[in-house]
Design a protein around this ligand. Structure first.
Ligand code: NAD
Length: 295
């Protein structure tokens, strides 16, 4: 078996720089932006994620709180709660924890978030801005984090490259593909997007100089899907309990490190940058004139 040779494209230094810029700006302006996470019921994964967000927010000078609805709350009740929080001038950023209970129309709930408080790119307005190349702080945070990672390392600059995105969700695959193809958002790449209906995803992946994987399938991408020397960004997050705690793996098989030129680790790649970008989005919602568009 070959030795891992890929350089690691780590999230820590990028996340640290974003966190410092947020915390400095908030100190300077004496503002404490408030993020509210709407959660219906709440599984263990959501609660542990929100715990990390609350802690990070506190460290940077933001407030992150939860609005918890009972697990059997119906669609009208969820929409009414989101509208109420949206109208509250003390709330700067609003996020909804998905998935919502079966039968609830997630798009209707998303539409209830006021666009200027939409810090994770859920609304039609935010997605429209993202897809039309406007550099606002309301792009889906994970998609924005992928762009931050690629632009942080000259060898990973997408301009002029063949990029393959695996996944077409509205939170990651589609917005990141649009940003990568845009000349205004740091991409300027030639992009193909694969999904469950793609006839031969490995063939598309093998052509890519940069492969962005957001499929939600553990270790989907195998060594022979990757062009030697390619940049591989692994968005996937699969947390599993072990005897001693938790283990987290991605959508990319560890053997890919033997052929890729650059690889984002899981954990420690996209995740910390996403959380830092989210904090910047909330801070920008509270101080719109202070935070320049990211790209
Ligand atoms: P999703 O399930 O909404 O979308 C997955 C997409 O992958 C779909 O469009 C589907 O068509 C495509 N897909 C699935 N299997 C495929 C296959 N075999 N070939 C080609 N395409 C395939 O998932 P999502 O919300 O976009 O999340 C994707 C992954 O990213 C998940 O593992 C999620 O946990 C992770 N995630 C990580 C972060 C982070 O900050 N690191 C944030 C959000 C999501």
């Amino acid at each position: 078996m070959a030795e891992p040779s890929a350089n690691l494209l780590r999230g820590a230094p990028i996340a640290a720089a974003i966190r410092a810029s947020v915390s400095d700006a908030l100190k300077q302006h004496g503002v404490v932006p408030h993020l509210v996470n709407v959660i219906v019921g709440g599984d263990e994964t959501s609660l542990s994620y929100l715990g990390a967000i609350d802690k990070l927010a506190g460290k940077l000078g933001l407030l992150s709180s939860r609005h918890v609805l009972p697990a059997d709350a119906d669609e009208d009740a969820i929409v009414a709660a989101v509208e109420g929080l949206g109208a509250d001038p003390g709330v700067h950023g609003l996020m909804i924890q998905f998935p919502l209970p079966r039968g609830v129309d997630a798009r209707r709930v998303a539409r209830a978030v006021p666009p200027l408080k939409d810090v994770d790119g859920l609304t039609i307005e935010s997605l429209g801005a993202c897809f039309s190349g406007e550099t606002r702080h309301t792009a889906p945070a994970t998609a924005a984090a992928v762009i931050e990672l690629l632009l942080s390392e000259p060898a990973c600059d997408p301009a002029g490259k063949e990029v393959c995105v695996i996944g077409r969700s509205l939170v990651v695959g589609r917005p990141v593909a649009a940003m990568l193809a845009s000349s205004a958002q740091g991409g300027n790449a030639t992009v193909s997007m694969c999904h469950r209906g793609t006839a031969d995803t490995p063939a598309h992946a093998r052509r890519a100089d940069i492969l962005v994987v957001a499929a939600g399938v553990k270790h989907l991408v195998q060594r022979d899907w990757v062009k030697p020397g390619a940049v591989v960004v692994d968005v996937g997050t699969h947390a599993e309990p072990t005897d001693t705690g938790w283990t987290v793996s991605g959508d990319v098989h560890p053997d890919v490190a033997e052929v890729a030129g650059w690889l984002t680790p899981v954990p420690g790649g996209v995740g910390p940058v996403t959380n830092a970008v989210l904090m910047r989005h909330v801070a920008a919602a509270a101080l719109p004139d202070v935070f320049e568009p990211a790209w």
